[in-house]
Design a protein. Structure first.
Length: 181
């Protein structure tokens, strides 16, 4: 028997739709940006727009694939890099944002958001309320942490709101169209 479409619940659907609307606003701002605009940053020691966006999409791939065991490995592997410009960062932990010698284009970023959203949305449509509270063990840095799918969803949403706000502020500071936050 096919599990019920959790996303059919109006309350749950509102959460999913809000997250998707935030992504669409972000992509509307990112798609027209030039390489020079994507390289804008608030200061030399902070990430550029392309790095913030890379980290957002890459985090989805990481959490859904590495922690929750969901999705095609090629989605997660697409964010892996051959080198990192971050001293001491193990290559297996590095993502697009960690290789400043290979800035990502607006098209690459949009593709990454679309691919990872398909993964997220597919899971949210398939999971039931009971699935959201299943506990999973995450081991990282020698520490063990128990998380639920619901916690991962919240973690990703807050992460994207934080970085989306950072991107919005950088765009606004430079007189570029920005998100409505």
């Amino acid at each position: 028997m096919t599990p019920p479409d959790q996303a059919a619940d109006p309350g749950f659907r509102a959460v999913i739709d809000g997250w998707h609307a935030h992504q669409e606003q972000l992509l509307a701002c990112l798609r027209p940006l030039t390489a020079e605009q994507l390289a804008l940053r608030p200061s030399p020691d902070h990430w550029a727009i392309w790095q913030l966006a890379s980290n957002m999409a890459g985090a989805r791939a990481h959490w859904f694939h590495e922690v929750l065991g969901e999705g095609d490995p090629s989605i997660r592997d697409g964010f892996r890099v051959g080198s990192t410009t971050v001293p001491g960062l193990p290559l297996e932990d590095a993502g697009w944002e960690d290789d400043e010698t290979h800035p990502r284009s607006a098209a690459e970023l949009a593709g990454a958001f679309e691919a990872t959203w398909a993964l997220v949305d597919g899971c949210l449509r398939r999971w039931t309320a009971d699935d959201l509270v299943v506990e999973l063990v995450r081991e990282y840095g020698g520490r063990r942490k128990v998380v639920t799918r619901a916690w991962v969803i919240w973690r990703l949403a807050e992460h994207e709101l934080q970085h989306g706000t950072e991107i919005a502020l950088i765009l606004r500071e430079h007189g570029l169209p920005t998100l409505e936050i």
